[in-house]
Design a protein around this ligand. Structure first.
Ligand SMILES: *Cc1c(COP(=O)(O)O)cnc(C)c1O
Length: 410
C-alpha cells in the first residue's frame, strides 16, 4: 500500500498555490493529473522520434511506428486483451462509443432493442438514442434504485428487460455521478445468455483498479486516457476480435485500406480499419507510459486507496447539516456527489475554489438521472491516487465555511 502523499512528488501540477492556498485537486472524475513519466514520454517523442507512422522506411518513422505499436501492446496488456489488434486508439470514451454504435448500425432493425441504464453519462446515452432513431430500434433503461439500495441498478428488472430482442446492452462500469460500482461481469453474462453484445463505459473504472476484459466477458470497452493519468486526446475502444472484424468502419480514408481503385476500396483488418488518417502517435505512446505508471503503483492498491477515500468522504460529508449525499452507502468508488438544501452547487464550487479546492458542480453529463433524483445539479468531489485524508478534512472545513456564510442548515 502507498500513501497519496508519497506519490504527490510525481505530479508537478499539484505543487502550486491557488488563490493563495495549496491546491487540493478533487476533480479527478473530470480529468486526472499527469505524472512526470507521462509528461516525459511526450517530450521525448517530440524531441527525438517525431515522425509519421506505418508507411515510413526511415529511422525516425520506424522508431515512431515501433513506439506507437508498442503502446498498443502495452494497453492490450493493461486490460488483458487477447490480441493487440483488439485495441483501437480513439480520441476518448465518447469517440469509442460513437464508433461502436455507428458500426453496429447495419445490424439493427425495427423490433430490436438497445438496453442501457438510467445512470449513463450522456456519452453512453445519446449515441444509442441516435442509433435507435436511425434504425427503428427501441431503447430500454435498467432503473436506478432509490432509498436503502440508493444508487444501485435494479438487477431484478433484467428478467423482464433483457429479452432476446436486446441486441446491445451498454452500461457504465462506475457511475460518474453516484459512485456506484456496477457488477460488470454479471451484466455481461446476463447479456451473453440472450445473445446481446455488451458495451462497457469504463471511463471511471479503468484507471482506478484492476481491469480484465476477459474476466469481465466484455465484448466492447470504451475508455479515455486523460482520466487514467494519460494525455487528453487519446482513448481506446477494446473490441473482441471476431466482433471487430464484422464491424463496419466509421471513418474512411488513408491508412485503413488494403487497396483502392476508382470504383471502391477494401478495408484492412482491425486495428487499422478503424484508424483512418494519421493517428495521435505521441499521446498513444504517453498513454502506454500511464499504464506503466499505474501498474508500478499497483492497481489493487489504487482501488483500495480510492475507495477508502470515497467511503471516508461519504461518512464525513453525511454528517454536515442539510446535505444529501448521493449513491450507495456501502461499497462505492472514489467519488462523492452531494447537494445542500439551501446552497447551489455553483456557489459551493466557487467558495471551495477560494480555499484552493477544485470541485465540479453541475449535472455531470447526467441530465436524465438528475431529473429522476429531483435535483438540478450536484457538487462532486472525486479522488485519485495522490489525494489524502487531510484533503477530505480541508474539504469539510471549506464546506462548513460555505454553510456558515449562507446561514444554511446551521
Ligand atoms: C468522462 C466520462 C465519459 C466521457 O469521456 P470523454 O473523455 O469526455 O470522452 C463517458 N462516461 C463516463 C462515465 C465518464 O465519466
Amino acid at each position: 500500500m502507498f500513501s497519496g502523499r508519497d506519490l504527490r512528488s510525481d505530479f508537478p501540477v499539484l505543487h502550486q498555490q491557488v488563490n493563495g492556498k495549496p491546491l487540493v485537486y478533487l476533480d479527478n472524475a473530470a480529468t486526472a493529473q499527469k505524472p512526470r513519466p507521462v509528461i516525459d514520454a511526450l517530450i521525448h517523442f517530440y524531441e527525438r522520434d517525431n515522425s509519421n507512422v506505418h508507411r515510413g522506411l526511415h529511422a525516425l518513422s520506424m522508431r515512431a511506428t515501433q513506439a506507437y505499436e508498442g503502446a498498443r501492446t502495452r494497453v492490450a496488456r493493461f486490460v488483458n486483451a487477447a490480441d493487440p489488434a483488439e485495441i483501437i486508439f480513439t480520441r476518448g470514451t465518447t469517440e469509442s462509443i460513437n464508433l461502436v454504435a455507428r458500426g453496429l448500425g447495419g445490424r439493427l432493425q425495427a423490433g430490436d432493442v438497445i438496453l442501457t441504464t438510467e445512470m449513463e453519462h450522456h456519452s453512453n446515452l445519446v449515441p444509442w438514442q441516435q442509433l435507435a432513431r436511425a434504425t427503428g430500434a427501441t431503447l430500454r433503461y435498467v432503473p436506478v434504485l432509490g432509498n436503502d439500495a440508493e444508487g444501485g441498478l435494479d438487477l431484478a428488472a433484467l428478467d423482464t428487460l433483457l429479452t432476446p430482442q436486446v441486441k446491445v446492452f451498454a452500461f457504465t462500469h462506475i457511475s460518474n455521478t453516484l459512485g456506484t460500482i456496477n457488477p460488470a461481469a454479471h451484466l455481461c453474462a446476463r447479456a451473453r445468455a440472450v445473445g446481446a453484445v455488451t458495451v462497457i463505459d469504463a471511463a471511471q473504472s479503468i484507471g482506478h483498479g484492476p481491469f480484465d476484459v476477459r474476466d469481465l466477458g466484455a465484448d466492447f470497452v470504451a475508455f479515455s486516457g486523460h482520466k487514467m493519468c494519460g494525455p487528453t486526446g487519446i482513448g481506446v475502444l477494446y473490441g473482441r476480435r471476431s466482433l471487430l472484424d464484422a464491424l463496419a468502419p466509421d471513418e474512411t480514408g488513408g491508412g485503413m485500406v488494403v487497396s483502392v481503385d476508382y470504383a471502391g476500396a477494401r478495408w484492412k483488418p482491425s486495428p487499422e480499419r478503424f484508424e483512418a488518417g494519421t493517428p495521435n502517435v505521441a499521446d498513444a505512446i504517453a498513454l502506454g507510459a500511464a499504464c506503466d505508471y499505474l501498474d508500478q503503483v499497483g492497481r489493487d492498491a489504487i482501488a483500495r486507496h480510492d475507495q477508502a477515500l470515497g467511503k471516508l468522504a461519504f461518512e464525513k460529508l453525511s454528517a454536515l447539516p442539510g446535505i444529501r449525499v448521493l449513491g450507495p452507502r456501502g461499497e462505492r468508488s472514489g467519488l462523492v456527489s452531494f447537494a445542500f438544501a439551501d446552497v447551489h452547487a455553483h456557489d459551493v464550487v466557487t467558495f471551495a475554489d477560494e480555499d484552493g479546492i477544485a470541485l465540479r458542480g453541475g449535472h455531470h453529463c447526467n441530465q436524465p438521472l438528475m431529473r429522476k433524483l429531483g435535483l438540478a445539479s450536484t457538487t462532486r468531489a472525486s479522488f485519485y491516487l495522490y489525494n489524502t485524508e487531510e484533503e477530505i478534512d480541508q474539504l469539510v472545513t471549506s464546506l462548513r465555511r460555505i454553510l456558515k456564510f449562507f446561514g444554511a442548515g446551521m
